[in-house]
Design a protein around this ligand. Structure first.
Ligand code: UD1
Length: 365
């Protein structure tokens, strides 16, 4: 069985790593990694492949940046040619980035089976490009691998057949637990932020990159105002995404000295920092889940989340995006105990194992 595993942007790399590792255990599977090139900077891509112990991709499509239409079209054009040449039996897409959508459309039109890992998540916010990507991908997918119960409910409500929905758990958490083990015996001395982490007690770890938060100047200013206020109480460590860096320059946004800016960090260094943070503030999807898994308090600087389990069972608080609402969420989170959480069902490090069990069974029938 020849399977293409698609990755394009940073959050994809953490999700394909455990799926790939697990594929190697099955002789009958020929699993090839296709990197679309949506992210291409060393810090956004290659550094992650190295950190996550992924081999060099089998195919690199070199799509690069551009408007959504341009980027998606470039990925589709290159991926179509590759599929015609290589004729895979199945394409596995993960998450909700433009590469996820582009490759599922191409595969489906070539009558190749599509499996979506992290299917069914919905923010119900159609202004998010990721929501559109999720919905289109799920419309086309043949198999749905779901991370949390809300995903099952959403897919059933959209009329997807029950037998194609597989509640397998969360590959992001497989990856997290895998690397946590290796970090446990590592004091992080080789990381550039090692000394800083020691010096800054009770720091906050921040990521911020959603277009809705950083592309609009008033919104970004509002968020920056809250961050500067919070940093008076706890230093904020902030690895800055390329989009955010560009928007800070464009909008002329500067932070106070207590907000420490870095270039994007690798997976392990970032984990090394946030796992011991007093609080994580983020607008990313993955960190909402990872903080829940480790019981680290998290506030999400968004109006909604497609991952409600992180609020119901986890440590996540939805903060909104105004200065006032973010400060309120911050105060609320400071009252939470670190162990005040439960692990969501099937977030046990075995999601990839379950995924291949299902796929191999399909191959037999
Ligand atoms: C993409 C995903 C988003 C995900 C995020 C994680 C979509 C629609 N969005 O958003 O869901 O949370 O990745 O990072 O797929 N750039 C670089 N170097 C790179 C990559 C991008 O400088 O390696 C610049 C681009 O020139 C562009 C900006 O960063 O101006 C945004 O990149 P893009 O891939 O369009 O979207 P992200 O905001 O990264």
């Amino acid at each position: 069985m020849k399977v293409f595993l698609i990755a394009g942007a940073r959050p994809n790399f953490m999700k394909i790593a455990p799926v790939y590792r697990e594929a190697l255990k099955h002789e009958q599977v020929d699993c090839r990694i296709v990197h679309t090139g949506q992210h291409y900077d060393f810090e956004m891509s290659q550094a992650f492949f190295e950190d996550l112990e992924l081999p060099k991709p089998d195919f690199f499509l070199n799509a690069g940046s551009g408007s959504h239409a341009v980027q998606t079209a470039k990925i589709m054009t290159a991926f179509e040619a590759l599929c015609r040449e290589e004729t895979p039996d199945m394409v596995i897409v993960v998450g909700d980035v433009n590469s996820t959508l582009a490759c599922s459309v191409v595969a489906k039109k070539l009558l190749i089976k599509v499996a979506h890992v992290e299917a069914g998540l919905r923010s119900f916010d159609m202004t998010m490009p990721e929501e559109i990507n999720r919905m289109v991908t799920d419309t086309l997918s043949d198999y749905f691998f779901v991370t949390e119960e809300s995903g099952i409910k959403n897919l059933l409500e959209e009329g997807k057949p029950q037998e194609k929905i597989h509640f397998v758990g969360n590959v992001m958490i497989d990856n997290l637990f895998y690397h946590l083990k290796t970090l446990a015996s590592d004091d992080g001395r080789h990381f550039s932020t090692h000394k800083l982490k020691k010096e800054k007690q009770d720091f906050i770890f921040l990521t911020l990159h959603r277009p809705a938060n950083v592309d609009s100047k008033p919104r970004f200013q509002e968020i920056a105002g809250a961050l500067d206020r919070i940093a008076q109480e706890h230093p904020i460590l902030f690895p800055v995404h390329p989009r955010t860096r560009k928007m800070m320059d464009e909008h002329g946004i500067e932070f106070s000295k207590q907000v420490l800016l870095f270039p994007p960090l690798g997976f392990k260094e970032s984990l090394f920092l946030w796992k011991d943070a007093r609080l994580v503030m983020t607008d990313s999807g993955g960190l909402q889940e990872e903080t829940t898994a480790l019981g680290v308090p998290c506030i999400t600087v968004r109006e909604n989340t497609e991952r409600p389990i992180t609020i119901e069972m986890g440590t996540n608080i939805l903060a909104g995006t105004t200065r006032k609402s973010i400060l309120n969420a911050y105060r609320k989170s400071m009252e939470k105990e670190r162990d005040d959480h439960k692990l969501p069902p099937k977030w046990d490090g075995k999601a990839a194992e379950r995924i291949w069990k299902v796929i191999l069974k399909l191959g037999e029938s």
